[in-house]
Design a protein around this ligand. Structure first.
Ligand SMILES: Nc1ncnc2c1ncn2[C@@H]1O[C@H](COP(=O)(O)OP(=O)(O)OP(=O)(O)O)[C@@H](O)[C@H]1O
Ligand SMILES: [Mg+2]
Length: 308
């Protein structure tokens, strides 16, 4: 069975202008991407700001409409389902949003925030709902007594755990985690990430992990897709991407990671200078005349690169 597979997904945002607010152009936020997630793995989606990561995630859970292409989830193309049919699968896919400060309604109590998906998809009695909410709160390490507090009464890390708890209430199979820790202090980041790894094993979750931070991606992901302006430029296992990057954009991202290992610092500096030179002189050669990435071509059974 196919767990999740995107086939030639395109998502365009219309740009309106003029007196009649007619569509004058499109932002091609996602411009023909294809990749597959296997059950139980963590797949990293990486790329600079604006390359289309969030749009990809939002489209999978139906918050954005696909312009064209397929989203196959458990053998069904989500883009062709009726609303009712879609909701059936939608329960199994949850998203943790980019910013724990704005994604939680400040006027709602934690009990209501976490219960939101339950209310949308399941009809539980108030007592059953309370029990379920307390269960997930315990699971994410929040005191079940804090059920009546408001989001501002929590720290950043705790708030992100509320977001995770909300995503877990319906026992999803796939979690799309959009920069789940980028708004947090580095000290809290590790805590939340390790926690996500623990519950992944316990609950057999599959993650689509979105981030621009390659250090975090390496810590979390089995396989990685590198996105640039709405397209993929490289895909491979973590090891292939980190040890044997092929596309100039991937190399550039890697060379920008600060190296904290003092023994490899000078080696990293040489790598950075070499990539910087290649970037200046040969960047264009990695793209066609319109500046689009080439089609991904396999260089091993797991590693593909967009080379001419
Ligand atoms: N609602 C919208 N209407 C129009 N354009 C949009 C909308 N949302 C996003 N875009 C554009 O689509 C492109 C991709 O945006 P997206 O939010 O998916 O990027 P991202 O990779 O998640 O970036 P970041 O790392 O900053 O979160 C950007 O150029 C953005 O300006
Ligand atoms: Mg984003």
């Amino acid at each position: 069975m196919v767990f999740l597979k995107l086939n030639h997904l395109k998502v365009y945002y219309p740009v309106r202008g003029g007196f009649f607010r007619r569509v004058v152009d499109y932002v091609k936020a996602v411009n023909d991407i294809s990749f597959e997630l296997h059950e139980g793995e963590t797949y990293g989606l990486v790329g600079e700001s604006g390359c289309g990561k969030t749009t990809t995630g939002r489209t999978i859970i139906g918050l954005n409409k696909a312009t064209s292409g397929e989203i196959i989830f458990q053998d069904h193309d989500l883009t062709t389902l009726s609303k009712k049919q879609f909701n059936h699968y939608r329960k199994d896919i949850q998203m943790i949003f980019q910013d724990p400060y704005s994604s939680l309604n400040p006027k709602k109590r934690v009990a209501d925030i976490i219960a939101e998906p339950l209310r949308n998809f399941e009809k539980l009695s108030p007592a059953e709902e309370r029990k379920k909410v307390q269960e997930v709160m315990e699971k994410v390490g929040l005191s079940p007594d804090s059920i009546f507090k408001y989001p501002h009464e929590f720290s950043g890390g705790q708030r992100q755990r509320i977001g995770i708890a909300r995503a877990l209430t319906l026992n999803p199979k796939l979690i799309i985690a959009d920069e789940p820790v980028s708004a947090l202090d580095v000290s809290v980041q590790a805590q939340v990430l390790n926690f996500m790894k623990d519950i992944q094993k316990e609950l057999n979750l599959t993650y689509l992990f979105i981030s621009h931070d390659l250090g975090i991606i390496r810590h979390m992901c089995d396989r990685i897709g590198i996105m640039y302006r709405g397209q993929f430029v490289e895909e491979g296992t973590s090891e292939e991407i980190y040890e044997n990057p092929q596309h100039i954009y991937t190399k550039r991202l890697l060379s920008a990671i600060p190296n904290v290992d003092p023994e490899r610092r000078s080696e990293h500096k040489v790598f950075r200078e070499k990539i910087s030179l290649e970037f200046q002189h040969a960047f264009k050669e990695y793209f066609d005349e319109e500046g689009k990435a080439y089609k991904l071509k396999p260089i091993s059974s797991t590693h593909s690169v967009a080379l001419p």
